[in-house]
Design a protein around this ligand. Structure first.
Ligand code: SDX
Length: 388
């Protein structure tokens, strides 16, 4: 039992994961981090405070938060070879390939932190280090792949404001708050595909850097975190074809067409994704603050409205998920579409790390070893080549 996958009376019982971090109710559209409703955290908290909450289980005091922020900010420079790796990738490389590669490469710089049973101090170090370094990695990938000079971290700024400054964005307070909310909304989501991957890889006593890198790879998939990039490409295709989103809906309903309405549907939420509601509201605010009028937003709203009234989508409980509107905000901030999933990984980093730590601290953690229902040939005798 890795705490996630158990064999019950000989049957493979996946997903029965014991975890105290995030609670979802798919029918009621409830999402809580350590018991706190996502709506309250999005309104009142900050990403760095939510990261603390996910990892240590309680909201920090002023002093705890200040010391944690300082520690994360202290990881304000990448090892030289990591920056060089980012620079040496072909410009055509997908940013998620770069992100995953350099994350596992960090294991070479912190050999003592590859220990599968780290001390409390080492666990605290790992958490602050990967939060701090992945912020720098994300900004460095964006700057290098768009041919712009790197911007040094400014530890005097908040986590999100420093990130925006390193990305070369003008960080007005309102826009920084909107981006901070986006990061909060992505921070954890119980046993989704990439988090389960982090736990499964970590259960073999592999390095935490390898486990997180594997999580980044799983998130890259278009059915998972990669959907936020696919949504924008879908909206672009609809816009370029004249903006008639009804055709996209017909394609999504056509069994002979593999096209899916990206950003719609969810394994767990069968009513609505509470995060999508918050992001949709933030879209209007951010675009107004930036003075941006994005035709893609109108297409997205039309798609949503029409789909929610359509029997095909209603009968299958298909609603917008976290990826449906997030890309509109990233685009308004000038973030290139192929960086959207790296933004998802930046937000999900605290959740992956908190879940990895919980799995490592689960006393009966065993290596993840799912079984199968065998459907192949029964026993057969070998036939010599000459007789076949
Ligand atoms: C994330 O798990 C998490 O928590 C993930 C996540 C997180 O925070 O970590 O929330 C982040 O990954 C969100 C999901 C992003 N992916 C997409 O937006 C891709 C588009 N969505 C679909 O691929 C799909 O909805 C999934 C993968 C998200 C969910 O797949 P399910 O639950 O396995 O749905 P299903 O395949 O059982 O679908 C049931 C029916 C099928 O039709 P029938 O065979 O019954 O006729 O609904 C149809 C599907 O064809 N369907 C869709 C659809 N999603 C499901 N039809 C058209 N468009 C879609 N998007």
């Amino acid at each position: 039992d890795t705490g996630c996958i158990t064999i019950d009376h000989g049957f493979l019982n996946t997903g029965s994961c014991a975890s105290a971090i995030t609670f979802l109710d798919g029918e009621l559209g409830i999402l809580r981090y350590r018991g706190y409703p996502i709506e309250q955290l999005a309104e009142k908290s900050t990403f760095i405070e939510v990261a603390y909450l996910l990892n240590w289980g309680n909201l920090p005091t002023q002093a705890e938060l200040a010391s944690f922020e300082k520690k994360v900010a202290s990881y304000s420079k990448l090892p030289e070879y990591i920056t060089r790796m980012i620079e040496l990738f072909p410009k055509t490389a997908h940013p998620m390939a770069i992100a995953s590669s350099v994350t596992v490469a960090l294991s070479a710089h912190y050999p003592e932190l590859n220990n599968p049973n780290p001390t409390k101090e080492q666990k605290d170090e790992i958490f602050a280090l990967l939060l701090g370094q992945f912020k720098i990695i994300t900004a460095a990938i964006q700057r290098v792949t768009t041919g712009q000079p790197l911007v040094a971290s400014n530890p005097a700024l908040s986590y999100t404001e420093d990130f925006m400054s390193m990305m070369g964005m003008k960080a007005s307070k309102d826009v920084a708050k909107a981006l901070d909310v986006l990061l909060i909304l992505h921070a954890d989501h119980e046993q989704n595909c990439s988090t389960s991957t982090v736990r499964v890889v970590g259960s073999s006593n592999a390095s935490v850097f390898a486990s997180i890198s594997a999580g980044i790879d799983a998130l890259w998939g278009p059915l998972h975190g990669g959907a936020n990039q696919e949504v924008l490409e879908m909206l672009e295709e609809i816009s370029n074809a004249g903006g008639d989103y009804k055709k996209a809906l017909e394609r999504a309903k056509d069994k002979n067409d593999t096209f899916k309405l990206m950003g719609f549907g969810h394994r767990v939420y069968k009513n609505f994704d509470p995060r999508a509601k918050i992001i949709k509201k933030a879209c209007d605010t951010v675009l107004a603050q930036l003075g941006v009028k994005d035709p893609y937003l109108d297409i997205a709203k039309g798609l949503e409205q029409t789909a929610l009234a359509d029997d095909y989508f209603k009968s299958r409980n298909l609603y917008p998920n976290v990826d449906f509107y997030s890309g509109i905000i990233y685009r308004a901030l000038g973030i290139p579409t192929n960086m959207f999933t790296v933004m998802f990984a930046l937000g999900r980093m605290p959740g992956w790390l908190a879940q990895w730590k919980e799995m490592r601290e689960t006393k009966e953690t065993k290596i993840s070893r799912p079984r199968q229902v065998y459907t192949g040939a029964t026993t057969r005798e070998y036939t010599d080549l000459g007789k076949r």
